[in-house]
Design a protein around this ligand. Structure first.
Ligand code: NAG
Ligand code: NAG
Ligand code: NAG
Ligand code: NAG
Ligand code: NAG
Ligand code: NAG
Length: 403
């Protein structure tokens, strides 16, 4: 902020020495340069499953504290309600009590996406508890509301004089008979859109309608903010998007492309599958199809094979998106995308050090992202960055998912 004071310097009666010192300070001050750069740290699916000791709330984050502190904002998808209510209406059911969700405060979480299929597990009315918790905590969220209109509202994050709008939406039809589609499976798992006098989620089963609705929303806000992010909870679990689980991902790609063809949408941040998925760069803008879990402690009594071992649901990425706002009014904001490999157990998240786990993460990412024209490469600094290869072959030929 010292930079903003420097124009007043000539009006001050200061000695040459002091002036020199001040000029030196302002030349060496990187805040002006800093203000044109923003780093946003994205995480995938998170829930503490009400299992954390409330006296030990910082414990999960110690291993990635330096990564969080190195970014300007930390964004995650919280699966489940935040409520004291003990009566679950779904099975499996996810929630955290407010005492345990306070852990997010200690992690300096900047934004919580709530548009997902576990926001009514303890009943529709508990959505009020969830909203109340995040409001009291002054932690921006999007994706739930008292009405559909309210659930559709973006959160506006303000950092370093920049404004970032984040919309959160759950899309796609409920599971079909093959188990493909969004994990809404009443009465086991509810996906209740807000409306008819009840609170709920920003859920849009019709993807064609979602494209129209979200582009209109982005158009109405883009002049007031510097960057527009579309969060999605989308697709099936257990789909690396490599064709081995069908082509249901094509409707997601169709939607992402329509949105990024609009000059008013800047990036897509998707989650839900609980394991890593590809990244695509389209129109100079990133599409993260899925990051995997940030942390979801699992109950001990899960049936064997859940989650399927080959998806390695304890391994995932955080993505650090560094945005460069030095050039104004460009079609797309220049960026770099750094991948931070993470491993979570029931209680803590760490940066991956095990070489065989690292090898699996990077080679799996590169295998599944090849058709989307991206790869992950290690730089001399030892950091991993997602790069465009420029040879995408995976392209949705759909003229629209409902046609
Ligand atoms: C916090 O919880 C972890 C995991 O259960 C445990 O290992 C650690 O000792 C606890 N620390 C404190 C201070 O209770
Ligand atoms: C939840 O329960 C705790 C502990 O009993 C209590 O302190 C807190 O006020 C309750 N929160 C809400 C929102 O009811
Ligand atoms: C939810 O309710 C069902 C019974 O309907 C029960 O079997 C299950 O264990 C409950 N799940 C949780 C997480 O409480
Ligand atoms: C991070 O959270 C801690 C604990 O709530 C707080 O003391 C600290 O000021 C926060 N740091 C930032 C940069 O917000
Ligand atoms: C989906 O939305 C589109 C665009 O609003 C509409 O034309 C179409 O009829 C809808 N499809 C269904 C099955 O409702
Ligand atoms: C590294 O991970 C692999 C696979 O997860 C495991 O078999 C191996 O024991 C680990 N190595 C060490 C040194 O922990």
């Amino acid at each position: 902020m010292g930079v903003h004071k420097s124009p007043q310097l000539p009006h001050l009666a200061v000695s040459a020495v002091a002036l020199l010192a001040l000029v030196h300070l302002s030349l060496g001050d990187v805040s002006e340069q800093d203000d044109s750069r923003l780093t946003l740290l994205f995480a995938g699916d998170a829930n503490l499953n009400n299992m954390l000791d409330p006296s030990n709330l910082t414990f999960p984050w110690a291993g990635i504290r330096h990564v969080i502190d190195g970014s300007d904002a930390f964004l995650l998808n919280h699966e489940g309600e935040v409520t004291n209510n003990t009566h679950n209406v779904s099975d499996p059911a996810l929630k955290d009590s407010p005492a345990i969700a306070n852990s997010y405060l200690t992690a300096n979480v900047s934004f919580v996406a709530l548009a997902n299929n576990h926001q009514a597990d303890y009943g529709r009315l508990s959505v009020y508890d969830t909203m109340g918790f995040f409001k009291r905590s002054k932690m921006p969220y999007a994706g739930v509301g008292r009405t559909f209109e309210e659930a559709a509202e973006p959160a506006i994050l303000v950092m370093k004089g920049k404004k970032v709008a984040v919309f959160a939406t759950m899309i796609g039809p409920p599971y079909d008979k093959q188990g493909r589609g969004q994990a809404c499976w009443p009465p086991l798992i509810q996906c209740d859109p807000a409306g008819n006098g009840l609170p709920g989620v920003h859920y849009i089963p019709n993807v064609t309608f979602a494209a129209e609705h979200l582009i209109a929303r982005a158009n109405s806000i883009r002049d007031k903010v510097d960057y527009v992010i579309m969060f999605f909870h989308w697709g099936s679990n257990w789909d690396f998007m490599d064709g081995s689980s069908g082509d249901i991902w094509k409707e997601r790609q169709w939607l992402a492309h329509r949105l990024l063809e609009s000059r008013n949408v800047d990036m897509i941040w998707g989650t839900s599958a609980h394991h890593i998925q590809p990244i695509e760069i389209y129109n100079g803008k990133p599409i993260i199809y899925g990051l995997g879990n940030l942390m979801i402690p699992l109950p001990a009594d899960l049936p064997p094979g859940i989650p399927p071992p080959r998806y390695r649901t304890r391994l995932a990425f955080l993505y650090n998106l560094a945005l460069d706002f030095t050039q104004q009014k460009k079609e797309s904001v220049p960026f770099t995308l750094e991948a931070v490999p993470i491993v979570s157990d029931d209680w803590k998240i760490d940066v991956v050090k095990n070489t065989s786990d690292l090898e699996w993460l990077f080679s799996k990412f590169n295998t599944i992202s090849k058709a989307f024209g991206t790869k992950m490469e290690r730089t001399d600094s030892g950091k991993w960055f997602v790069q465009a290869r420029g040879d995408a072959t995976a392209l949705s030929s759909h003229s629209g998912p409902n046609s």
